[in-house]
Design a protein around this ligand. Structure first.
Ligand SMILES: [Zn+2]
Length: 394
């Protein structure tokens, strides 16, 4: 899994590891947690043992990852004197940085002679003290979900109610209700939102309700056209809803009114319940032990270019390249189930996109470790692989 190291565009490269007393700088590899990921997935993706990941990051198998968290993949860290040098990025706040590295904001401020009111400059270097008791215990971590405590989300730069509701798979209205918010409420970075517990009812599942509106906070690189596409509404409608013109200039942090359920008319519900076959074809390899290893999915033989369809409605939580998997799409569904579609010749969906059951999401190929064109299809329940044939109708 050595190529895992080069295969990743999301590595957090702005960090140099300073080995305190030795004064030696080394690069360390970080992975920024994406929605729907867990430690198991990350360990497989980088080919790093789960145990190593846990040790490197002071986590336990029960630790719950929050999107945006930075996970150390490799690079030594001196537990006693180690500290990291972090380069401030657009939109960073001391609070947000402290949260990302899971240290008390007080320690961060002290280590850099800052106050809570200090303004950070992009490019400014901050010392991140990670020594000894600096790191919070799992139970003290922001947003960490205890077994009985309600889940809390701390608002980050770029968050919107719509995005948070999608991230946790909760209905946007329940989210607003739980926090006394309305559709026009503006979120502040650092605000804590209670994530209401919902079983079996998700933002995705509620897609048959009437169009409701949410908000979207403009991020770097956004354009009106991209946003309209992402939310599935005509540009004209987006402009109208926000009193904008095509030539209007977007500001980072600007809050736009967007449909909270994608805006597109809901696809007619297919009569078939449950997961459908992503492609039709012969199964060449089943789930289970294979050779000296274990095959975590099923392989379905199909010609290059065959359309791969979403086995169930959900949100695309990953669309890109993964070591071994080649071009891969991961869709997160209600109740913790995920489907994985690997070795694609082309991916047709983007991260964050909502898809309906049966929608085309990719085309069959043989990218990654594949000897012939086929779809490698996995299903995971709460991050653990399960046999897809238990879910697919024969
Ligand atoms: Zn396979």
């Amino acid at each position: 899994m050595r190529d895992g190291k080069r295969a990743l565009g999301m590595l957090f490269l702005g960090i140099l590891l300073l080995l305190g007393n030795r004064g030696r700088a080394e690069s360390a590899t970080y992975h920024e947690v994406q929605a729907g990921e867990n430690l198991w997935v990350i360990s497989r993706r980088y080919g790093v043992a789960l145990k190593t990941l846990l040790e490197l990051n002071g986590l336990s198998e029960q630790s719950i990852l929050q999107p945006g968290m930075k996970i150390l993949i490799e690079g030594e860290r001196d537990a006693q004197s180690g500290s990291l040098l972090y380069e401030v990025k657009q939109g960073d706040t001391p609070w947000g940085i402290a949260r990302e590295f899971q240290i008390p904001v007080r320690l961060l401020l002290e280590a850099n002679n800052l106050t809570e009111k200090s303004i950070l400059r992009v490019g400014q270097k901050l010392v991140i003290p990670l020594s000894g008791d600096g790191r919070l215990k799992a139970s003290e971590r922001t947003g960490t979900q205890g077994t009985t405590q309600p889940q809390v989300h701390t608002v980050r730069q770029g968050d919107s109610l719509w995005r948070i509701s999608r991230q946790y798979g909760v209905d946007i209205r329940s989210l607003m209700k739980a926090n006394g918010l309305t559709e026009t409420s503006i979120l502040q970075v650092g605000m804590r939102l209670v994530i209401p517990k919902e079983t079996g009812r998700t933002a995705v599942a509620s897609s048959s309700s009437a169009t409701s509106w949410g908000t979207y906070t403009v991020k770097e690189g956004d354009t009106l056209w991209n946003i309209s596409r992402r939310f599935g509404i005509p540009l004209k409608e987006l402009l109208q809803a926000n009193g904008l013109r095509e030539t209007s200039v977007l500001q980072i942090g600007q809050v736009l009114r967007v449909p909270s359920r994608g805006g597109v008319p809901a696809a007619p519900q297919r009569a078939q319940q449950g997961f459908i076959w992503p492609v039709n074809g012969r199964i060449s390899s089943r789930f289970g032990p294979r050779g000296r290893g274990f095959h975590y999915g099923i392989d379905i033989i199909a010609p290059v270019g065959t359309v791969v369809r979403a086995a169930e409605s959900g949100v695309v939580s990953y669309s890109g390249w993964m070591s071994g998997y080649g071009r891969v799409v991961i869709i997160t569904h209600a109740s913790g189930l995920q489907t994985v579609y690997a070795h694609n010749s082309v991916n047709l969906v983007r991260e964050g996109q909502r898809v309906n059951k049966g929608d085309p999401i990719a085309r069959v190929g043989s990218t990654g470790n594949a000897t012939c064109p086929h779809l490698h299809f996995e299903m995971r329940r709460n991050g653990r692989p399960v046999d897809p044939l238990e879910f697919l109708r024969r």
